[in-house]
Design a protein around this ligand. Structure first.
Ligand code: PLP
Length: 392
């Protein structure tokens, strides 16, 4: 069977592959420490689940409008205005099947084959494949740990060529936890405006910030509106990964194109999940703050534990729930040089610890460790990792 080029250009998400292998081992009764998962280990808050139960009881089980139920689009705009100071109308909002569909459809609406898109690395695993799917040429902009994985406007400006159409920014970043400072975001926007580029901002982890930082959206800056497309998600913020609710905010023509695309593919996001999302966005944010506090405790714990591992260096994340240590100078890597992709396989086999190798994020030499797991599991996992990396 000859498959289409567009699917041959993409691969199964590497994080999904790790999860599948760790789950298979766990199903066989193996005690796996799963640092691979990119999702909250908290249940969805009760009041949100209750809204879904009520929606079911009220038979809200039919198709909705493709863009999503109007009250939810309104709620997204109000919530985004309250949390970030933006001013969007429901007509500039589409409800999607997770943030992933918002990104996928935004790129499908914006990119022509051969267009170049700027992508800072380390990047979330799905961007390169989404870009390949739409036929974009990737222009990767490396950022480094020594400078806090900071993306600078002058680096972006120097990379712009005649085919460059846009820039993707993810802050807080998966996998590094780096947060783009307001001033840097402003400068990035200036460059995008000067060169007529769109700026796709992925706000998936917007509310998981540490050391007193406040949520920020580049869309709140004056003159952002014509250039910025926001991809948002309820998955992490409200511990709703399985519900599959995300959204996009942006200029009307882009949102309309995304709705058109959605009308010929998935139609609407699940009706019941939309009512649950409505309750999430209009209800209290206490559970979000409680999760943020808990993640912060775990972040401190894992950073302290990793600091004890000889040769390992780790830039403290400022957001999200991952650490991304560099393991190249550990005794194991020095005595038995190998790729981190291979190292991650050995770690799972030898110590039953699942992590995602840096190669998946465009940053070999690193491992991504998710600390969205209990403190006991963090302690045990780092103990195993330490033993593994110390072995010569
Ligand atoms: N963006 C980033 C950076 C992510 O890490 C993820 C999920 O891991 C997503 C977007 C998509 O999340 P969802 O489709 O569950 O909203």
């Amino acid at each position: 069977m000859q498959l289409a080029d567009r699917v041959q250009r993409i691969q199964l998400s590497p994080t999904a592959a790790v999860m599948a292998e760790a789950e298979r081992m766990a199903a066989d009764g193996v005690d796996v420490i799963n640092f691979g998962v990119g999702e909250p280990d908290f249940p969805t808050p009760e009041h949100i689940k209750q809204a879904a139960i009520e929606a079911l009881a009220a038979n809200r089980t039919r198709y909705t409008s493709t863009a999503g139920i109007y009250p939810l689009r309104e709620a997204v705009c109000h919530w985004h205005a309250r949390e970030f100071g933006t001013r969007y109308q429901p007509s500039e909002c589409v409800i999607t099947v997770g943030g992933k569909q918002a990104l996928f459809n935004a790129l499908s609406a914006l990119v022509n084959p051969g267009d170049e898109v700027l992508l800072p690395a380390p990047y979330w695993v799905s961007y390169p494949d989404m870009l390949r799917h739409v036929g974009a040429e990737l222009h990767v902009l490396p950022t480094v740990a020594e400078h806090g994985f900071r993306l600078q406007a002058k680096q972006v400006e120097a990379a712009i060529g005649p085919k460059t159409r846009g820039l993707i920014v993810n802050s807080p970043n998966n996998p590094t936890g780096a947060v783009v400072a307001e001033r840097d975001f402003g400068e990035l926007l200036v460059v995008c405006r000067r060169h007529g580029l769109w700026l796709l901002t992925d706000e998936c982890y917007s509310h998981f910030l540490y050391d007193g930082q406040q949520p920020f959206s580049v869309a709140s800056l004056p003159e952002a509106r014509d250039h910025v497309i926001v991809a948002g998600s309820l998955s992490k913020t409200f511990a709703m990964t399985g519900w599959r609710i995300g959204f996009a905010l942006g200029p009307r023509p882009v949102i309309d194109a995304m709705v058109r695309l959605q009308s010929q593919s998935t139609s609407n996001a699940t009706s019941i999940a939309q009512y649950a999302a409505l309750r999430a966005l209009t209800g209290p944010m206490d559970s979000v703050r409680a999760m943020q506090t808990e993640y912060d405790g775990r972040r401190r714990l894992i950073l302290a534990a990793l600091a004890q591992i000889p040769g390992l260096s780790c830039t403290p994340p400022q957001g999200a729930f991952y650490v991304f240590p560099d393991v190249r100078q550990t005794p194991r890597m020095i005595s038995r040089p190998t790729s981190t992709a291979e190292l991650a396989v050995e770690l799972l086999r030898e110590e039953r610890v699942a992590v995602v190798a840096g190669e998946a994020f465009g940053a070999p030499g690193h491992l991504r460790i998710s600390y969205a797991t209990s403190t006991d599991r963090i302690r045990e996992g780092v103990r195993r990792l330490s033993r593994f990396l110390a072995a010569c």
